[in-house]
Design a protein around this ligand. Sequence first.
Ligand SMILES: N[C@@H](CCC[C@H](N)C(=O)O)C(=O)O
Length: 365
Amino acid sequence: MAIAATTTTTIAGSARRCSLTSTSLLFRCCSSPTTTQLNFLRANNSSRSPNLRVSASSMKLEAAEKASPVSFLDRRESGFLHFVKYHGLGNDFVLVDNRDSSEPKITPEKAVKLCDRNFGIGADGVIFVLPGINGTDYTMRIFNSDGSEPEMCGNGVRCFARFVAELENLQGRQSFTVHTGAGLIIPEIQDDGQVTVDMGEPILKASDVPTRLSANNDQSVVKSDLDVDGVTWNVTCVSMGNPHCVTFGTKGGQNLQVDEINLAKIGHKFEHHEMFPARTNTEFVEVLSPSHLKMRVWERGAGATLACGTGACATVVAAVLEGRAGRNCTVDLPGGPLQIEWREEDNHVYMTGPAEVAFYGYLSL
Ligand SMILES: N[C@@H](CCC[C@H](N)C(=O)O)C(=O)O
């Protein structure tokens, strides 16, 4: 992990700056995150061909090769891990095509290295597209940037859907059944490229979230007190397959001003609090209106991220349970907005938002 390369490429009339580090890495800075640009590149048969080579041994940047007629994702040199870096509102992931095996191609330890923003690719997690089980089309597994394995990832599953469409060369509206640690998840790619995901039912039973906080009569933990370093926070605990602790402020305090929170200082104290035996993701939420929430997140295993899909879902569920918002909300995250609906008819939570390619690459295993 000795070199870093930074360059700017221009494709289809726009430029983007990319920075990568690896032992031996071949990559294509993708300035084509929009569907239109992707289609332009596909039409010109060069969308996935690399145009820069970075060599650790020579520390040289070489000019672009001639566009290859072979799809980047079809290149399968042995000893290399091919990946596509995606993000959902800045929550970024290394996506790996693992359809030929039910075991992830890389270990959690290697994932930690790849996620490193100085010595690796840089990401909040690594996501694998594995063969489906229990009759599903695919299985999704994910390692957080600390190497732990969460049950689910909302932004990740939108990226997963777009990656599958690219791997399978599918265009337009598409939906898949995906087996995850949180059960069956169904993403649907819309005509405009946004992805709507049926995230299933929220879990409110304290022992299943899990949390040791004392539960109400219906076994949920809503507006409970949580002591963090002598400050009492009002929290509601929701699992979207993975655990979330949602707070709108301290006991008796004003509505939170989320920009004023020192996430780096308090985030990990929530994450590792003894009341959360599986650790927790924590959402700090400001109510802008009954249909508009603003949220910052501290993620289990990843720290402060620009967005969290399961966190946005848990936030709306908590806001409804606390009587602060309706079932249809825009949730503003540092990386942008998500649309969340907790549907009364089926008790499922639906999330809609973007998923974009950042760049393509491969590295030696
Ligand atoms: N960013 C994700 C959540 C990823 C998993 C989380 N860090 C956990 O450990 O539960 C999302 O968009 O949902």
